[in-house]
Design a protein around this ligand. Structure first.
Ligand code: MTE
Ligand code: MO
Length: 313
């Protein structure tokens, strides 16, 4: 079996609970029959990488209707050394991510990772009337705060816009608000498989931000930062989609603390994880780097209509 792994680092702030992360590509197609078969496969991959120990399933969940995420723990000498995230699509192995804990840091040989190209995009369907593939409609949001609930007061809050720009800025809430508000009625899609329909989003179009900072031509990626340490990466074309906005109000009300007060990013055709809540920073970049979920195997772009849930390593 041929395997190639790439080491990834999360941007500062989001690494707190996480050790070294390796994303591995398995070069042949691997069909999985049952859980025993999967365990054997994971075991042989781990051995191939020069690690050995005992593998135990910790949990599994379905992601949309055709993907399964399995989480294993690797114990070496009774100590939990790594968690392993394995993604299957229709019973075939898609990706494997190893999160090694600090104490058990082992060396894994890595290949050189190319900058993924956001321009290898297929044309995307933005048909707002239909339901994206593999999604199920529910009535209300499920609140996520993977890194905890920050409490933000407006007097100290700023949105920093920086990176490859002519002029970086720090906007107060009032300054941001004064750039002008647009409304958009539309749906929200979480990569795990739930969607909420017909929400009223109000906020500042991302296009307005471009006018003040003047983004350099060579920029291909946008990395967003949140007050809880959360980060997400977005291709520049998607970030500047005409409906993409820094949301300040949802369904007619100022954002609640749990839904990202005072500002969250929303890009209707991308999965919800691309929209950081409690937004504090927007960085324009030439080169790709993983954000929080991308470091754990989720897709560089995350287009809901193309069902881009996980990376194709
Ligand atoms: N700062 C921050 N932003 C975040 C998250 C998070 O944990 N922290 N979760 C993301 C995910 S996976 C989703 S689906 C949406 C959920 O939004 P909600 O909590 O309003 O339902 O927020 C996204 N933005
Ligand atoms: Mo999500």
């Amino acid at each position: 079996m041929e395997i190639e792994c790439f080491k990834t680092v999360m941007p500062s702030g989001s690494t707190k609970k996480i050790g070294n992360i390796y994303q591995c590509k398995i070069k042949e197609n691997q069909e999985v029959k049952d859980l025993e078969g999967l365990k054997e496969l994971v075991n042989s991959i781990v051995n191939r990488l020069g690690l050995s120990g005992k593998i135990e399933l910790s949990e599994n969940e379905s992601i949309g209707t055709s993907h399964m995420l399995y989480k294993f723990n690797l114990f070496v000498g009774g100590k939990r050394c790594s968690s392993i995230r394995v993604v299957l699509r229709n019973n075939a192995l898609v990706s494997l991510t190893l999160v090694l804990s600090e104490e058990c840091s082992m060396n894994i040989e890595t290949g050189e990772k190319k900058n993924p190209s956001p321009s290898s995009n297929k044309k995307t369907n933005k048909n707002e009337k239909s339901i994206p593939p593999g999604q199920v409609i529910i009535n209300d949001f499920i609140i996520y705060r993977i890194l905890g609930q920050p409490h933000i007061t407006l007097d100290s809050w700023k949105l920093k816009i920086f990176g490859e720009v002519e002029k970086s800025v720090e906007l107060s809430y009032e300054e941001l608000y004064s750039l002008g508000i647009q409304k958009y009625k539309g749906d929200f899609h979480c990569v795990t498989g739930w969607s909420v329909r017909d929400l009223l989003w109000e906020g500042v179009p991302t296009k307005e931000l471009a006018k003040i900072v003047k983004v350099r031509d060579e920029v291909e990626w946008v990395l967003t930062y949140s007050a809880d340490g959360y980060t997400a990466i977005i291709p520049i074309e998607d970030f500047f989609d005409e409906r993409s906005m820094i949301v300040l109000k949802l369904n007619g009300k100022v954002l609640s603390q749990e839904q990202g007060y005072p500002a969250r990013l929303f890009i209707p055709h991308l999965y919800g994880w691309k929209g950081g809540k409690w937004l504090t920073g927007i960085e324009f970049k030439k080169d790709y780097s993983d954000g929080y979920w991308e470091a754990l195997g989720y897709h560089e772009r995350g287009n809901v209509w193309l069902e881009e849930r996980f990376k194709n390593l």
